[in-house]
Design a binder for this molecule. Structure first.
Ligand SMILES: Nc1nc2c(c(=O)[nH]1)N[C@H]1C(S)=C(S)[C@@H](COP(=O)(O)O)O[C@H]1N2
Ligand SMILES: [Mo]
Length: 425
């Protein structure tokens, strides 16, 4: 297929089935609009605007804590609790209704093994003990006096997109299939600093991190993960929400969500892993051989097109921006390729700066839909050179006995009426 640059401002084709050159999004001159407006209709003049009721009377008064517009009532988490419980289960982020990379705190996904504890911060303590010279106990007030650090990081449940291991493509919207994924700006004290103060003994190779919830959720953390670990007190500028670990949580950027112990109350420094219930009965990857991979912490590179995505509909042929998210537990995203022909041809998408390690990266790709059949896919590559596998390649290697750590390519088929459906391509 020849690359062509037509007369005027019509953007160049970069791959099959209408994928356009990403530079069309960036170059002010080579405007996507080219021969006309993308979606607007011609205006006749000032008469197009009418006097609306909100222009004729004073607006609403102040409130102490703001809420989104009442017209955005659909932008909510969806959730389900385990039978016989109220708060055991998960709630999911509406990724298909958000843009940018930061998840608003009220929409951050949640995963609770025994509901949300109602912790009084004045009564909460963080204990550091085990193989240390000086066991220490911290109040919130004490922690607030330590130097803090801020970083943006995603949290993704190791079970996110587990439904894509199923034989048939699950007919779920993006929120249901991929919604155990969020990204926030976290601020807190480096765990390394607190451990230094406690004085780690030379034989210490692991930690145990334990939460103050009724599930007593706890995980073993290898000492080498401590470099990046944060005892997070703030989430997007405000105190961590109760649902995400108030008053403090462990943040291990890039590692499976389960490692980010919420409501953190205890760090025990140990020689080896503790083999807690949460890392033996669960959060292991069962292979076809019957063996399990244990302690697989980082999440490998992954991406998904958030718009369009199943449940959304394209409104007629024409120009669209394909937009999505890419992330890797190993570091920065270096490249995202997009295909509109089910993986036959690909072109690199534009990555929104800043691209940060172990954070969500927004990619965008201009696309001209001709109204015919299309299968949209995205494929992430990270700075380590790792390339997101096809679903078939992932399953050939790992089988389908597990539902953790699925990071295969997802495929969205566009129907003739613009409807979007999950398919295996
Ligand atoms: N104490 C405690 N920590 C926990 C959990 C929990 O149930 N209890 N759930 C874990 C799981 S499985 C995940 S995926 C993440 C979810 O973090 P979030 O709820 O802030 O999104 O928290 C982890 N930390
Ligand atoms: Mo999880």
């Amino acid at each position: 297929m020849g690359r062509k640059r037509s007369a005027g401002d019509v953007p160049e084709l970069a791959a099959g089935n209408g994928i356009l050159d990403r530079r069309a999004l960036l170059a002010a001159g080579a405007s996507l609009a080219g021969a006309g407006a993308i979606a607007a209709r011609p205006a006749l003049g000032a008469g197009e605007l009418s006097m609306e009721p909100w222009m004729t009377e004073p607006g609403a008064p102040f409130v102490g804590y703001g809420q989104p517009s009442r017209f955005e009532a659909k932008v909510v988490r969806t959730f389900a609790s385990a039978p016989g419980t109220t708060g055991t289960g998960a709630s999911r982020t509406p990724l298909q209704r958000l843009n940018g990379t930061i998840t608003p705190n009220g929409l951050h996904f949640e995963r609770h093994h025994s509901g949300i504890p109602d912790i009084d911060p004045d009564a909460h303590r963080l204990l550091i003990h085990g193989l240390v010279k000086r066991p220490l106990v911290f109040t919130l007030e004490a922690l607030a006096r330590y130097p803090m650090e801020t970083r943006i990081a995603f949290v993704e449940c190791g079970g996110n997109t587990g439904a894509l291991y199923q034989k048939e493509p699950a007919q779920l919207d993006l929120q249901a299939s991929h919604g155990l994924l969020s990204c926030a700006e976290w601020t807190g004290v480096r765990l390394a600093l607190l451990l230094e103060e406690a004085g780690v003994e030379p034989q210490a190779q692991w930690l145990l991190a334990e939460g103050a919830d009724a599930a007593g959720m706890s995980r073993s953390v290898p000492m080498k993960a401590v470099d990046e670990a944060l005892v997070a007190l703030y989430q997007n500028g405000e105190r961590v929400r109760p649902s995400n670990g108030y008053p403090l949580r462990l943040l291990l950027p890039g590692d499976e969500g389960n490692m980010n112990v919420k409501w953190l109350r205890r760090i025990k420094v140990t020689a080896g892993p503790t083999m807690t219930k949460d890392e033996t009965s669960k959060y292991t990857i069962l292979l076809p051989s019957g063996k399990s991979l244990q302690f697989v912490f980082p999440l490998e590179a992954k991406s998904v097109i958030t718009n369009p995505s199943p449940g959304l509909t394209l409104n007629g042929a024409g120009l669209y921006e394909i937009s999505g998210l890419a992330w890797s537990g190993y570091g920065k995203i270096s490249r995202v390729d997009v295909s509109a022909d089910g993986g036959k041809s690909w072109a690199p998408a534009a990555l929104q700066e800043p691209v940060l390690p172990k954070a969500l990266t927004r990619f965008r790709m201009p696309w001209r839909w001709d109204g015919g059949p299309a299968v949209l896919q995205s494929r992430a590559t990270d700075a380590s050179g790792y390339v997101q596998p096809t679903r078939a390649a992932l399953i050939a290697e790992r089988g389908t006995k597990t539902f953790y750590h699925f990071n295969g390519i997802a495929s969205w088929a566009i129907g003739e009426h613009g409807e979007v459906r999950h398919v295996y391509a």
